[in-house]
Design a protein around this ligand. Sequence first.
Ligand code: GLU
Length: 461
Amino acid sequence: MFNRAVALMDLPPGLEEKIRVCNSTYTVRFGVRLRGQIQTFTGYRSVHSEHMEPVKGGIRYAMGVNQDEVEALAALMTYKCALVEAPFGGSKGGLRIDPRQYDEHELELITRRFAYELIKRDLIDPAQNVPAPDMGTGEREMAWIADQYARMNTTDINARACVTGKPLNAGGIAGRVEATGRGVQYALREFFRHPEDMAAAGLAGSLDGKRVIVQGLGNVGYHAASFLRDEDGCLITGIIERDGALVDPRGLDVDAVRDWIAKHGGVSGFPGAEYVENGALVLEQACDILIPAALEGVINRTNAARVKAPLIIEAANGPITAAADDILRDKGTVIIPDMYANAGGVTVSYFEWVKNLSHIRFGRMQRRAEEARTRLLIDELERLDRYLGDAWALRPEFKEKYLRGSDELELVRSGLDDTMRIAYQSMREVWHARPEVKDLRTAAYIVSIGKVAASYRAKGI
Ligand code: GLU
């Protein structure tokens, strides 16, 4: 995918190679005493590009973690950050572990030990390398990492900025948990603002009533599906999970399915919907929008030709293999690529990092000032009302809404929305202006590699 894009760019060969390679990967093997014996774990932190620092990217806990995967995901972080103008280089970490096999206390011991190994080599540091949640990790793990860093760097006033995705009470930011799913929603809304782009996928109209199939009801898939359903009128006609899939052409109740999974460990047995044991088959069912929000490589050369969705938005990292990408492009499927589609997470991570460095919550200074100014306007309108009679009276709900200054959550959503709109427009411009650019993914690579190259050039490398 990288090669296809650089073939259409005019980069000096040395620079092209500099951008392609992963700068460094640190492998750590450490022992933790658990259940009366020492268990050894293998973890990685890769740094793909340091054209901007700190470098940024999540830490995943999964059995499939390996060096190649971590390096590829670190590269994706470089391009993702460049595309959405988050001022970071790209990095990624992983620990080969099945987190479901350990209780909370054990996970804390393991996480703290892993964090210790990375912190002591500056691979977690507010100025150099800032991890975040990824598959298998969340707010809880980030809070342990932040605390571990603070214990080892007692005089670092910016300690909290060493990791993002923390809980609110440990220096997190409102809206980070929902951010990636929210970003997927904003990406689709922006796509549906461009009739030309919709036409490329053979779609028309608005998101209202569109049939959506989502794979993976984890943090990203759940938020994307529930926002699209509750706020945009989409029908979630299929949900694919580990143990099978649910299908209902009238639309599934995403919250009810999520509660069911939490109680029963899977989707099987959920009342009122068809259960399909071989969930992968549902990826191939007819729908308007397919949202792979789970693992890598789920759409590959074995099933790509049978995927019917005209529009796929990659909420997961790398859900479509390079071979499948070719097959789908030839079929005319429009793919909104991962580097853009799931960049909402790192975008709000950026806001969290800025909040931590500024040591103040967004909106704290201006919220009441904003309210006071709108109050002035409302008072004046109400004074005029008295002359104009009842027909002109301000509706109470307007008054209430208009008067309220923006809180942190609203500011975060507004920043995210703006970011997703601008990044989409930068991709589509290249897509439409250059006939040799056949898809949004190539366009996304061209935009982001161009930005990374510009930054290397400016630094004089
Ligand atoms: N792990 C997420 C990703 O793949 C978030 C990274 C971050 O917030 O730094 O984009």
